[in-house]
Design a protein around this ligand. Structure first.
Ligand code: NI
Length: 160
């Protein structure tokens, strides 16, 4: 009987360990910032820029209230019950992204956007590059960056 109980525990131990390996959880943190930009291609004159980019090409800038959703996936830590501490995730996003973008002119002031047209697509991709490594260092894997630019438009980047 004793041996049987031991065998059962051993079986459960390996079963749980195996289950943990295949259960993946996604967690999402929301942050907001506002920033100014102008969509503009240097090879074109103002008229052509206005034609292609519309109001977002206004020469004297304009702003958006952006909402950012950062989704991380990973395995639940036995001790904390977390994939990644939300406070740590929030700190990473704030330091690497929000503080650099919030109340800034994306064309002129944001180091990781230098030389890029500040479309929502390019901003989302650049945010991905800012976050991928530090999130990995905290035990998670960046899964999605979702950036809402207006109530009708948002973009999503999955790192592909
Ligand atoms: Ni715009």
């Amino acid at each position: 009987m004793v041996d049987n109980r031991f065998a059962k525990r051993l079986f459960n131990f390996y079963k749980n360990r195996w289950l943990k390996k295949i259960i993946m959880i996604h967690i999402t943190r929301r942050e907001t910032f506002n920033a100014a930009h102008r969509l503009y291609c240097h090879e074109w004159d103002d008229e052509k820029n206005l034609q292609v980019f519309g109001k977002c090409s206004n020469p004297q800038w304009h702003g958006h209230n952006y909402t950012l959703f950062v989704t991380v996936r990973g395995y639940i830590d036995d001790t904390t019950g977390f994939v990644l501490n939300m406070k740590d995730l929030s700190d990473i996003i704030k330091t690497r992204v929000i503080e650099k973008l919030d109340h800034k002119n994306i064309n002129l002031e944001v180091d990781f956007m230098k030389g890029k047209i500040p479309s929502a697509e390019n901003v989302a991709k650049a945010i991905w590059e800012q976050l991928k490594q530090p999130i990995r260092e905290h035990g998670g894997e960046l899964y999605r960056v979702k950036l809402i630019e207006t109530e009708n438009n948002y973009v999503e980047y999955f790192g592909e």
